[in-house]
Design a protein around this ligand. Structure first.
Ligand code: NDP
Ligand code: ZN
Length: 353
């Protein structure tokens, strides 16, 4: 098989690998829609380790099944399927001890483009197929569904992890595709005031459409100061961090009300430690602020639930797609967009049909 991935840190190229062998619970698919993620950029250019040598990138995909294992019950050759970026091994008993995303150690639930080859290839192998795949809903475009596999499940994890309550005031720091889905998810969860922080005009327009009540530009001064000014010095109940750097995260902690929640969705690379500024910690976290973060949940039911939200017309993630490419050969160009992040980019997709 042929795929596009990271040869060694900072060097990406095509690679040939042996065809997959389909295990009894696996399925093999050909891609019909793929999308590059900011995390692919982290994996290719910022992170390193033996697992990221000659590793095919990509973890956002919709496919058509070309082979199923002997024990797979609910899927057959020719089915069009939504493939979550997180595909835990649901038959691993240690999943019962903790979170499916980390069923056998940190990040073990996300094998694509990390511990095993990813989806930027002419073949995709899905483990625990019955438990991870979802049927592409009748009438839904593959490009719509591919936005659910990572962006929607990640962004929606923000309000989930915050255990948001009706009427909570929320600040989403960063409105790239992850932050935009956090805005949409927070609005569905019942946010009151919903501040969205970013500057790209298309992202700003979409943040408003997805439910942001106020837009803040981090280029107009410290976001912490702007939020405190807008909230009479009170801050917000929920902060979701989906962009910026460590200082952005610190400011998020500062602007969180005592008793509120700060959720980090950012992947931080190339930093050695996190040192919270004391003025934001309430004399050492005595303000009952909950700090959390998480890897996006995957699995079949997660996909089916999120797809049902799209089918019901409550959120349309297709609106985030700004660039469309066709065919496997266009993957390098689509990934390069994620590296360069032009002002008119929200999310690119690569389509195959
Ligand atoms: P983008 O780069 O598309 O968006 C980043 C956003 O942050 C933009 O809106 C940008 O604004 C804004 N921003 C930049 N600087 C600041 C600042 N100083 N203060 C506040 N906002 C700022 O990223 P993605 O949406 O694609 O991804 C976001 C993060 O989520 C990445 O780190 C990614 O790896 C991670 N991720 C995490 C997952 C998980 O499971 N937890 C899964 C998938 C992704 P502007 O409009 O000016 O560009
Ligand atoms: Zn991702």
């Amino acid at each position: 098989m042929k795929g596009f991935g990271v040869i060694t840190k900072g060097v990406v190229d095509w690679m040939e690998k042996p065809d997959y062998i389909c295990g009894p619970y696996d399925a093999i698919a050909r891609p019909i829609a793929l999308a590059p993620c900011t995390s692919d950029v982290h994996s290719a250019y910022e992170s390193e380790g033996p697992h990221l040598l000659n590793r095919i990138l990509g973890h956002e995909s919709v496919g058509e099944i070309i082979e199923v294992g002997t024990e797979v019950k609910d899927f057959k050759v020719g089915d069009r399927v939504v493939i979550p970026c997180t595909t835990p091994r649901w038959r691993n008993p240690s999943i019962q001890d903790g979170l499916s995303q980390h069923e056998d150690g940190l990040f073990s639930g996300i094998n694509f483009s990390s511990y095993e080859d990813g989806t930027f290839a002419n073949q995709i192998k899905i483990r625990s197929a019955d438990m991870n795949l979802a049927h592409l809903p009748e009438g839904m475009k593959p490009e719509t569904a591919v936005m659910v596999t990572d962006m929607m499940t990640t962004g929606f994890h923000g309000p989930e992890l915050a255990e948001m309550k009706f009427g909570d005031s929320v600040c989403v720091l960063g409105i790239g595709p992850v932050g935009l889905m956090a805005v949409a998810g927070s609005a569905l969860y019942g946010a009151g005031k919903l501040y969205a922080v970013g500057t790209r005009p298309d992202c700003v327009a979409l943040a408003k459409e997805y439910g942001a009540t106020d837009i803040i530009s981090y280029k107009d001064g410290k976001v912490y100061d702007q939020i405190m000014a807008k909230t009479n010095g009170q801050g917000v109940d929920v902060v979701i961090v989906a962009g910026g750097d460590l200082d952005t995260f610190y400011q998020g902690l500062g602007m969180c009300k005592n008793g509120g929640s700060v959720v980090n969705l950012n992947v931080f690379t190339e930093i050695a430690s996190i040192n919270f500024p004391i003025e934001y910690t309430g004399a050492g976290f005595l303000g009952h602020k909950k700090i959390t973060g998480g890897l996006c949940p995957g699995g079949r039911r997660r996909m089916e639930r999120l797809l049902s939200i799209v089918e019901a017309g409550r959120v349309d993630p297709t609106k985030m797609i700004t660039h469309r490419f066709h065919g496997l050969e266009s993957i390098p160009e689509a990934l390069a967009l994620m590296v360069n992040k032009p002002r008119d980019l929200i999310k690119p997709v690569v389509l195959f049909d």
